[in-house]
Write a protein that binds this ligand. Structure first.
Ligand SMILES: Cc1cc2nc3c(=O)[nH]c(=O)nc-3n(C[C@H](O)[C@H](O)[C@H](O)COP(=O)(O)O)c2cc1C
Length: 306
C-alpha cells in the first residue's frame, strides 16, 4: 500500500505494524478469503504444544459485554505437524511473516519446541507464558519473575530466531515480569493475553464455561491493555507487540503511542475478519493529518498529563 507503514521489529522488516493475535486466526489460511494474508505485516498462529491437544470440553466460548470469555485450552495439532506440514505450506502459499506461538509444560518442553521452530520459516517465536486455560504450564510460568527469567534464558540457548515473551495481565506488576523476560534475553515482549474471568448461569447456578473460568478478550479489556503496554514501554528496552481489543485504526494508534511497535488484531476479527483494509487506511489518514512520514515515528510518543 505504502512504504510509510513499514516498520522493523527485532531486526525484521514488516510491511505494516498490523499482525494477528495467536488463537484468533487459526493458521491463517482460513482468513485469506476475507483479506489476503499479504495485507498484514505478519500473522500470529495458534498456540502450539509439544504434543497435539484436543483442548477443553465445551462450552468454551461465552459472549460478555464488549468481549468474549474463552477456555479453548490450546487445542492444536502439535509442533511437529506445524513444522513438517503447516509452516512449509504457509511459506509456499503466502507472503507474510509468521509469528509462531508456543506453550510448554516444562522448561525443557519450551526449549525443545523453540529448537524445532527455529528450523522452520517462522520469522519470530512467541513464547506464551500466560495461558489461563491450562492446568499446568502457561500462566503458572508467567506470574513469577524469577521463573520467567530462568525460562527465557534456557529457551534462548536453543532458540535461533527472535524470541518474544507473551505476558499475562493476571499479575500484580506486568513491568516486573517484562524486566525479567528482558534480563533472561528476550528479544521482545507481547501483551496482553486474556484476563481471567467467569460468567455464571443464574438459573443453573453453574459457570457457563465447562472449565468454570476463561480468559476475557475484546474491546472490554483494551484500556487495561493500553495501560500495561505503557508501563512495559517505560520498563524495558526491547520492542513490544501490543494487543487487547483493537478493532480499528484509532485503537492501533493508541497502542503505538503507548509504546507498541506492532499491534495484533484478535477477537475483533471474529466480528470483522476483513478489518485490516480500513485499519491501514486509517493509519495513513492519521499520518497525513499530523504530517507523519513513517508510522514508526509515533511509537511511545504518548505525552502524559503533568
Ligand atoms: C479464542 C481465543 C484463543 C486464544 N488462544 C491463544 C493461544 O493459543 N496462545 C496465546 O498466546 N494467546 C491466545 N489467545 C489470546 C490472544 O492472542 C490475545 O492475547 C487476547 O485475546 C487479547 O487480544 P484481543 O482482545 O484482540 O483478542 C487467545 C484468545 C482467544 C479469544
Amino acid at each position: 500500500m505504502t512504504d510509510r507503514l513499514k516498520i522493523d521489529y527485532c531486526g525484521i522488516e514488516f510491511r505494516n505494524p498490523i499482525v494477528t493475535a495467536s488463537g484468533t486466526f487459526g493458521f491463517g489460511y482460513e482468513y485469506d478469503e476475507y483479506a489476503p494474508l499479504s495485507e498484514y505485516g505478519g500473522i500470529g498462529t495458534k498456540g502450539l504444544t509439544r504434543k497435539p491437544r484436543e483442548g477443553n470440553k465445551p462450552p468454551r466460548i461465552a459472549e460478555t459485554p464488549s468481549g468474549v470469555l474463552n477456555s479453548v485450552g490450546l487445542q492444536n495439532p502439535g509442533v511437529d505437524v506445524f513444522a513438517e506440514h503447516i509452516m512449509p505450506a504457509l511459506s509456499e502459499q503466502f507472503d507474510t511473516h509468521v509469528i509462531a506461538n508456543m506453550s510448554g509444560n516444562t522448561i525443557e518442553e519450551y526449549a525443545e519446541m523453540a529448537e524445532i521452530l527455529s528450523g522452520t520459516d517462522a520469522a519470530i517465536i512467541e513464547m506464551n507464558i500466560s495461558c489461563p486455560n491450562v492446568k499446568h504450564g502457561g500462566l503458572a510460568f508467567g506470574t513469577d519473575a524469577a521463573v520467567v527469567e530462568e525460562l527465557t534464558r534456557e529457551v534462548k540457548k536453543r532458540c535461533k530466531k527472535p524470541l518474544v515473551v507473551k505476558l499475562s495481565p493476571n499479575v500484580t506488576s506486568v513491568a516486573e515480569i517484562a524486566r525479567a523476560a528482558e534480563a533472561g534475553g528476550a528479544d521482545g515482549v507481547s501483551l496482553i493475553n486474556t484476563l481471567l474471568g467467569m460468567k455464571i448461569d443464574i438459573n443453573t447456578r453453574r459457570p457457563i464455561l465447562a472449565n468454570n473460568t476463561g480468559g476475557l478478550s475484546g474491546p472490554a479489556v483494551r484500556p487495561v491493555a493500553v495501560r500495561m503496554v505503557h508501563e512495559v514501554y517505560n520498563a524495558v528496552n526491547i520492542p513490544i507487540i501490543g494487543m487487547g481489543g483493537a478493532i480499528c485504526a484509532e485503537d492501533v494508534i493508541e497502542f503505538m503511542l503507548a509504546g507498541a511497535r506492532l499491534v495484533a488484531l484478535g477477537t475483533g476479527l471474529f466480528m470483522r475478519p476483513g478489518m485490516i483494509f480500513d485499519i491501514k487506511q486509517g493509519l495513513v489518514d492519521y499520518m497525513d493529518k499530523f504530517n507523519i512520514n513513517n508510522i514508526s515515528e509515533i511509537v511511545g510518543k504518548l505525552e502524559l498529563n503533568q
